[in-house]
Each structure stands twice: as structure tokens, then as C-alpha cells.
Design a protein around this ligand. Structure first.
Ligand SMILES: [Zn+2]
Length: 226
């Protein structure tokens, strides 16, 4: 395992990535947690996985880049968005990205332009640098405006197989429709625009990270193997 400083948040916090396995492998996976500051368990389950496997043998012919927490400012501030009030999961350069006026009560504010935020840029740059086969985003189903059940959500038909595999492995429903539009989300950008395998795991927000890791921790291995 290699620890890399990928960049810094708006408030200057280091954003770390953890690399496992062979960087030249075809089967490359990017897993991202902590996208929404109000979903701290999504970052903690990633940290629990790192602790669990850091001294173990990594699956052959696979590579994993894991970013446990892409939004450390949001986690500290307990806000969905980053320190600029931007919802990172509406800030990716997908074709459906659209600007909306900044309003103090808009937790889904997408920023002034696509990839305006340093946290978003870290992922965009990593995608440009390493040719990932699949990207898995980990969230909890924390409700602000639009509720959705815990589920495994996917974007693009190419993502269905992995989503179904993950759904079976961790006991959650796999579905392509989360129930509301998500322009500029990481999942939509990866799955619909880049046509790569894109799965978003929405864990049960009412559970703590230990419970979630115990119940669903197998998602990492299943996701890596694909
Ligand atoms: Zn979320």
C-alpha cells in the first residue's frame, strides 16, 4: 500500500489517496468516500477497509486507488457541500451540468462552473492520469430533500453487471434510477459521459460505520475484482 497526497481542500486540508496492487494492471478501480460531509460513515468504512487489508496480500492483476475522504472540510463543517458551499456531487463536468444561482439554502449548489472545486479537480486529474476500468462512489442515504432507500445505483448499461454483483454481495437492491435527477454527479459523469463502469453505493445512514463495515465491507473486494 502506498499513501499519496493527492491535493488539498478549499481550507487547505490534505486529501489522501491509498494505492494498492499493480498500477499497470488493466483491472483498475477507483473508490471514493466522504463526498458529502453529512455522510461521515462513508469515509469511515473506507478507513476501516484500509486498516483491515493494509498488511494483507492484494488480489493479483488488480489496482485500487482509494480516496476515503474527498470532502474533509464538509465532514468538519457537517455540511453536504465543501467549504465553498458547493455540492461536489453536482460539480463534475457531465454534459447535463447546469448553473443555478447560489442560494444559502441550496445544499445541491453545483458551483460557478463544472469542476470549479479543488476536491472535484483531484478526481478529474486522477481519471486523466490513470485509466480506471470502474469507479465506485460510497455514500449513505442521508436525506436533505430527496429521499432514497439504501441501494446500489448505477449509471449506464455497462455498469449494470457490477452493480448487480455488489447488490447481491451486500444485500441491497441494484437499480439504475435513484429517484431524482443528479446532473454533475460523479456517477453520471463517469457512467453516461465517459462510458466507464460507474456504481454508487448508498449505505443505510441510520447505521454507524462499524455496523456498516461488518455488514457490507465485502463490497470492496467484490468491487476490486469486478
Ligand atoms: Zn451522498
Amino acid at each position: 500500500m502506498k499513501e499519496i497526497i493527492l491535493g488539498k481542500s478549499v481550507k487547505g486540508k490534505e486529501i489522501k489517496g491509498y494505492y494498492f496492487g499493480d498500477e499497470t494492471a488493466f483491472n483498475k478501480t477507483l473508490i471514493v468516500g466522504g463526498i458529502h460531509g453529512v455522510e461521515p460513515q462513508s469515509a469511515k468504512v473506507c478507513e476501516l477497509y484500509i486498516n483491515d487489508v493494509k498488511d494483507k496480500l492484494f488480489p493479483k492483476d488488480c489496482f485500487l486507488a482509494l480516496i476515503p475522504c474527498i470532502n474533509p472540510d464538509g465532514i468538519e463543517l457537517k455540511t453536504r457541500g465543501n467549504a465553498n458551499g458547493v455540492d461536489l456531487n453536482r460539480n463534475f463536468p457531465s454534459s447535463g451540468w447546469r448553473s443555478v444561482p447560489l442560494a444559502s439554502n441550496n445544499a445541491y449548489y453545483p458551483g460557478v462552473k463544472p469542476a470549479s472545486e479543488p476536491e472535484t479537480q483531484i478526481i478529474v486529474n486522477l481519471l486523466n492520469k490513470l485509466n480506471f476500468k470502474k469507479i465506485i462512489a460510497i455514500h449513505t442515504n442521508h436525506t436533505i430533500q430527496f429521499p432514497n432507500p439504501p441501494m446500489v445505483n448505477y449509471d449506464g448499461e455497462q455498469s449494470r453487471e457490477l452493480s448487480e454483483k455488489l447488490g447481491v454481495a451486500i444485500g441491497l437492491l441494484s437499480h439504475h434510477d435513484i429517484g431524482y435527477p443528479t446532473p454533475g454527479s460523479l456517477g453520471v459523469w463517469i457512467g453516461n459521459d465517459l462510458k466507464k463502469i460507474s456504481v454508487t453505493v448508498e449505505l443505510d445512514d441510520t447505521k454507524n460505520s462499524d455496523e456498516l463495515y461488518k455488514k457490507h465491507g465485502i463490497m470492496f473486494e467484490v468491487g476490486i475484482l469486478g
